[in-house]
Design a protein around this ligand. Structure first.
Ligand SMILES: NC(=O)c1ccc[n+]([C@@H]2O[C@H](COP(=O)([O-])OP(=O)(O)OC[C@H]3O[C@@H](n4cnc5c(N)ncnc54)[C@H](O)[C@@H]3O)[C@@H](O)[C@H]2O)c1
Length: 353
């Protein structure tokens, strides 16, 4: 089989993680084109990565290049149009999280994938973490029994990435849609993909944009736009799933907390578990409470994380391997996010049909 030809739409920060994966698989694929609305930026990107052609319009790129695979790495508001254009032109697509601005857009994208017969993968990169892999094996083998409650936190003290991330017109929302999708999806994945049935959510925008310097772990590379800070800075929700699991989630860009936190805790009938700072199980044996730590380093290792996601995408495209992070998962997450924002606005529980 010849190398697959890859294109990248959106050449900001996250595209560097994607291209790293493609380069590491240079015997199987080649990035031959890239596109960004910022001409200087895309030109520099093409030069830096020795990419043959660059464009400022993804429709033109898709018309001129024969691409089998496309990474969509734009800001959230451009995901839908870029994904649909790439699918219509016959390419398989990996789209960054969140899949879209809302569920309506996500459904249109999923339909476009079905009509084209091509793959639409969503970049839920935490599914490819070493911690997720270890924990999922324990859960699938029954170590934890039935999972009935989970807690997921992704809290930053001072961590809006700035620019479009803070402008709802471009992002669709704040920490909930940006960070919350990672941990809500991870819990769904670990728990075997249950469907949401209802949510109760709250959002607050008491603190506003980053109030002090320091502490930002991710900063948008986009310059030259007059973005307005219009998103929530904290969101929390209780999500009920059809298998009896309830998930409590907390996310923030800005919060008066001592230090940033990211953790998943799962509670099952046989044991509980947490992932941070290392995977640890909590249970009882012979009438005594015991805490069990798997041997070795089980903390999430960012080294190679995105490569594993891109390797899986390329494997799906080349070999038809079933995708473990598909459009259905993306739609499901957007359904949950929409319901949380709606619940926060209405001040009551929202049922998901
Ligand atoms: N998986 C992760 O952990 C992770 C981390 C950070 C960001 N992301 C996601 O990656 C995406 C990009 O984030 P980023 O941090 O790289 O942002 P960024 O601001 O650094 O880059 C976004 C780029 O998109 C380009 N763009 C916007 N509209 C476009 C269009 N119509 N055609 C071509 N290019 C267009 C902008 O010009 C900009 O260069 C977002 O969806 C974000 O949620 C994922």
């Amino acid at each position: 089989m010849e190398k697959i030809k890859v294109g990248i739409i959106g050449t900001g920060n996250i595209s560097n993680c994607h291209i790293g994966g493609y380069k590491a698989l240079s015997e199987l694929c080649e990035v031959v084109a890239c596109c960004d609305i910022d001409e200087e930026k895309v030109k520099k990107y093409a030069q830096t990565h020795a990419i043959k052609n660059y464009y400022t319009d993804f429709n033109e790129m898709m018309a001129k290049e024969k691409l089998q695979a496309v990474s969509v790495c734009t800001w959230n508001a451009a995901h839908m149009d870029a994904v649909i254009a790439a699918l219509k032109a016959g390419a398989n697509v990996i789209c960054e999280k969140p899949m879209a601005m809302n569920e309506t857009e996500a459904i249109k994208m999923k339909k476009a994938a079905e009509q084209s017969g091509k793959l639409l993968m969503v970049g839920f990169v935490r599914r490819f973490g070493n911690d997720a892999e270890i924990l999922k094996k324990f859960i699938d083998e029954g170590t934890m029994g039935e999972l009935y409650y989970a807690k997921a936190t992704y809290l930053r003290r001072n961590g809006c990435p700035g620019g479009w991330f803070g402008d709802k017109l471009y992002s669709g929302g704040g920490p909930l849609i940006d960070l919350g999708v990672h941990v809500i999806d991870l819990v769904r994945y670990l728990a075997g993909g249950p469907k949401p049935i209802s949510v109760y959510g709250v959002t607050y925008d008491n603190l506003g944009d980053n109030r002090a310097t320091g502490g930002q772990s991710w900063v948008s590379s986009t310059k030259g736009f007059d973005f307005k800070y219009t998103v929530e800075d904290f969101a929390s929700a209780l999500i009920r799933f059809d298998n009896g699991l309830t998930l409590a989630v907390e996310t923030s860009f800005n919060l008066n907390i001592k230090k940033d936190m990211g953790n998943i805790e799962l509670f099952g009938t046989k044991s509980g578990a947490r992932i941070d700072p290392q995977i640890e199980f909590f249970t009882d044996i012979n009438g005594m409470f015991v805490d069990v730590k798997p041997y070795g380093n089980t903390a999430l290792d960012f080294n190679g994380l995105f490569n594993r996601e891109i390797f899986h995408f390329v494997d799906c495209v080349r070999n038809g391997t079933p995708c473990k992070s598909n459009a259905d998962d993306g739609v499901m997450l957007m359904r949950i996010i929409d319901a949380i924002y709606k619940s926060a606005e209405m001040g009551c529980e929202v049922k998901i049909g």
